[in-house]
Design a protein around this ligand. Structure first.
Ligand code: IMP
Ligand code: MG
Length: 170
């Protein structure tokens, strides 16, 4: 295993997810939420986040891929779509990380064609590149430096998703 530098430890992530969950619970009070996770990267964040949201909610998933060998191909492929209709529903899209923002823009466009009542975005991480995608994010965990990060759902060629922290290669 290559040496990994811990950027965000377990306790820090846990605390942040709790904060995001209570903010979301407040914002969606008395509403029914559809939480849509973007696979595979968001699966750990999503599972912790939904458990910290008190609002009754549905979980759904879709899967896209854009990265090969730790580099964005820029081409986003929808590998599978959600199974439940979201027309007229309050939808919260859950991402692991927003980097160039291409994936997020693509997904928002796609989900809007399904005519949800509302559509918001939660992402654990945001890579500061100055590309101005921040306005697309409603609930943000952490900003990370412009390095390739792994752990807590994020992979490098499929590995390291199970690390309980977010790190980067030294
Ligand atoms: P974007 O389209 O460039 O914003 O990339 C978004 C997707 O690429 C994310 O949902 C991740 O799955 C993946 N990704 C981007 N940066 C990283 C990284 O540093 N580590 C792991 N995956 C990443
Ligand atoms: Mg992703």
């Amino acid at each position: 295993m290559k040496e990994i530098e811990i950027l965000l430890n377990e306790a820090k992530i846990k605390e942040k997810v709790k904060q995001l969950g209570s903010q979301i619970s407040k914002d969606y009070k008395d509403r029914e939420l559809v939480v849509v996770g973007v696979l595979k990267g968001s699966f750990i964040f999503m599972s912790d986040l939904v458990r910290s949201i008190e609002t009754p909610l549905y979980c759904d998933f879709l899967r896209v891929s854009s990265y090969h060998d730790d580099r964005s191909t820029g081409t986003i492929r929808m590998e599978f779509d959600m199974t439940q209709p979201i027309t007229n529903k309050d939808v919260l899209l859950v991402e692991d990380i927003v980097d160039s923002g291409k994936t997020l823009r693509h997904l928002l466009k796609h989900l809007k064609t399904k005519e949800p009542k509302s559509l918001k975005v939660a992402t654990l991480l945001y890579k500061e590149l100055g590309l101005g995608n921040k306005e697309l994010i409603n609930y943000l965990g952490f900003e990370v430096p412009n390095r390739y990060v792994i752990g807590y759902g994020l992979d490098s060629n499929g590995l390291y998703r199970s690390l309980p922290y977010v790190g980067a290669y030294k």
